[in-house]
Design a protein around this ligand. Structure first.
Ligand code: KG4
Ligand code: ZN
Length: 330
């Protein structure tokens, strides 16, 4: 049975996980840096890199010890090699290289986006290629056709902010703290989604890509006008986000070849309104809807270990001099 140790450190979560070829997460540890970055309203790269460096080794030890596994029993070490904040990525990748060298096991350098893209297959054994993926996180906002391991057709990306970033920046404007997505969703429940006339950037233009910078600026203007409650602004923002996603997905799905399912991944996939909208789209197109559990949607090392399982199964590994990449499109 294939057994992979996965490491993740590309943003503000430090994580290690052991995953096997039967989709079993034997053990995992994850340390969030939310508290460190909260005073700044966003992730500070230097603070993140230092925190990863302090925490990763103890998390790996705890993960191996929880599963009662030694490095000798692991088949390969999978570490995120990008994209992300380069200081953090380097901590994880260098640690992965050191463990690979010390144990004589292969290294698998994983693209963080590929980790998100394949994570639904860790949660759902029946999910077959090709599937449509909406990847919505703090750093990314893409629509992909996932055709196989290493085979991704990108149909849409954002021309400015990612959706999670728009949630976070809007939350900051409303004084809700960081990370803003969950706080915006909670506040939106108390508001009227039709109360504030917010734009739906690019909707109706026929353009497949996303744009959220204008929406965030409109949130700022609405807030400064003093005419609306924060709850009404949050609810209207969330509705605008749902409308943008629905419109973009319609265009992308029309342009895409056949798919087995519509899948959502990334931290914003935790949002219930967005999940519901996607479920409706899937129903209308008679494809199944797959949303991995929220813990697998936000950054974690199990998805990196699973991407490692998929690559290891195909006989892939990487040289120990492979470089960390701050940018690495799928
Ligand atoms: O995937 P993730 O954990 O980290 C990145 O790779 O970026 O995603 C974090 C993002 C943040 O922007 C956060 O505000 C957003 O996901 N998020 C949400 C919700 N929960 C997390 N956005 C909207 N609604 C939520 N419930
Ligand atoms: Zn991520």
């Amino acid at each position: 049975m294939t057994l992979i140790l996965g490491l993740e450190s590309s943003c503000d979560e430090t994580a290690a996980a052991l995953v096997d070829g039967n989709r079993c997460i034997l053990a995992q540890h994850i340390a969030s840096q939310e508290a460190e970055h909260a005073p700044y309203g966003g992730v500070v790269p230097e603070i993140a890199a230092r925190a990863h460096a302090e925490r990763l080794a103890p998390l790996i030890e705890a993960t191996l010890s929880d599963a009662n596994v030694t490095l000798d029993q692991v088949d390969a070490i999978a570490a995120t090699a990008g994209p992300g904040l380069i200081g953090g990525v380097m901590v994880g990748l260098v640690t992965g290289k050191a463990l690979a060298m010390a144990s004589g096991k292969p290294l698998i350098a994983v693209n963080h986006l590929e980790g998100h893209a394949l994570s639904p297959r860790l949660a759902d054994a029946s999910l077959e290629f090709p599937y449509a993926l909406l990847l919505v996180s703090g750093g990314h906002c893409q629509i992909l056709r996932v055709e196989g391991v290493g085979r991704y057709q990108r149909l849409a990306t954002t021309i400015d902010d990612a959706l999670g970033e728009a949630f976070d920046k809007s939350a900051k404007i409303l004084g809700l703290g960081y990370p803003g997505g969950p706080a915006m969703e909670r506040l939106a429940r108390e508001g009227d989604p039709k109360a504030v006339p917010l734009p739906r950037p690019l909707v109706g233009s026929g353009e497949v890509h996303f744009s959220f910078a204008g929406l965030k600026s409109a949130v700022l203007r609405a807030h400064e006008s003093g005419k609306y409650t924060p709850a009404d602004i949050a609810a209207s923002f969330q509705q605008a986000a749902v409308d943008c996603i629905t419109d973009r997905l319609r265009i992308a799905l029309d342009a895409m070849g056949p798919i087995t399912a519509l899948v959502v991944a990334g931290g914003v996939a935790a949002n219930t309104s967005i999940r519901q909208a996607l479920e409706t789209i899937a129903e209308n197109r008679s494809v199944s809807f797959v949303a991995p559990p929220i813990a697998l949607c936000t950054d974690n090392a199990a998805m990196i270990a699973w991407a490692g399982v998929e690559h290891f199964t195909l006989g892939h590994s990487d040289p120990l001099d492979i470089a960390a990449r701050p940018r690495w499109p799928l």
